[in-house]
Design a protein around this ligand. Structure first.
Ligand SMILES: O=C(O)c1cc(=O)[nH]c(=O)n1[C@@H]1O[C@H](COP(=O)(O)O)[C@@H](O)[C@H]1O
Length: 236
């Protein structure tokens, strides 16, 4: 894993997304396609992006009964993306089923996409966790327990905030991947994100990959902002 920065393509249409990539000379960079774009355009988004050889994280955050998730993952495997994800809250059996679906949907001699499990969304803070979601553990305890479950299920890693990376690595081992969204520079607006950190923090705490969206897509100079992220994230 070469520590990628996944650019979140949270655009309404494929033409908006491709225009953004082209106008800012970002063809070929790792991208994340989420619900907004995929629900509108479907698998053709992936086909189009693959023409420019973008590594692709298809972020649909599956969360359903195990059988449904297994069958959906079997279909997603055939699209040929690099990463897909589920919610850990679906439970152990659902995560195992997701992995099984990916294996079944992938041709022999081809590696299935990596499977990551969302622990707690980076838009959740501890108050919301306790008062709205009814989880009485601290955020750290919740993430540690969910990550341990994810690890036990055989998924490749988890999605969490930068702050929880060290405790996950301690509990699940260094090889268990951590993907961290909620990335902001100190001068960025947080918007709906709660558990945020800078690319430099992400690097120092040992994230394996970061996801960054609006700080780049809504910047006055997106290309320069993207390069600033990569520099902070990869600088030795
Ligand atoms: O699974 C994700 O990618 C994800 C998990 C999470 O806990 N938090 C989170 O922000 N994301 C995604 O990461 C991206 C963050 O976008 P920005 O807040 O614009 O940087 C969005 O596309 C979210 O859907």
């Amino acid at each position: 894993m070469n520590k990628p920065v996944y650019l979140a393509l949270d655009f309404q249409t494929l033409s908006e997304a491709t225009a953004f990539l082209q106008n800012n000379e970002l063809q070929g960079v790792p991208v994340k396609v989420g619900m907004e774009l995929f629900y509108r355009e479907g698998p053709k988004v992936i086909e189009e992006l693959k023409k420019n050889e973008h590594p692709i994280f298809l972020d649909l955050k599956l969360h359903d009964i195990p059988n449904t998730v297994k069958s959906a993952m079997k279909n997603l495997a055939s699209i040929g993306v690099d990463i897909v994800n589920v919610h850990t809250a679906g439970g152990l059996h659902m995560m195992t089923a997701a992995k099984e679906g990916l294996d079944r949907g992938t041709n022999a001699n081809v590696k299935p996409p990596l499977l990551l499990a969302v622990t707690q969304l980076t838009s959740t803070d501890e108050k919301m966790l306790n008062r709205e979601l009814g989880i009485s553990w601290s955020m750290n305890r919740t993430i540690e327990e969910y990550a341990a479950l994810a690890c036990q299920s055989g998924v490749d890693g988890v999605i969490c905030s930068v702050h929880e990376v060290p405790l996950i690595k301690k509990a699940c081992g260094r090889a268990f991947l951590t993907c961290t969204p909620g990335i902001r520079f100190d001068d960025d607006r947080l918007e709906d994100q709660k558990r945020v950190a800078t690319p430099r923090d992400a690097k120092q705490r040992g994230s394996d990959m970061i996801v960054m969206g609006r700080s780049i897509t809504r910047a006055i100079h997106p290309k320069k902002q993207y390069e600033r992220v990569v520099k902070e994230w990869k600088d030795e």
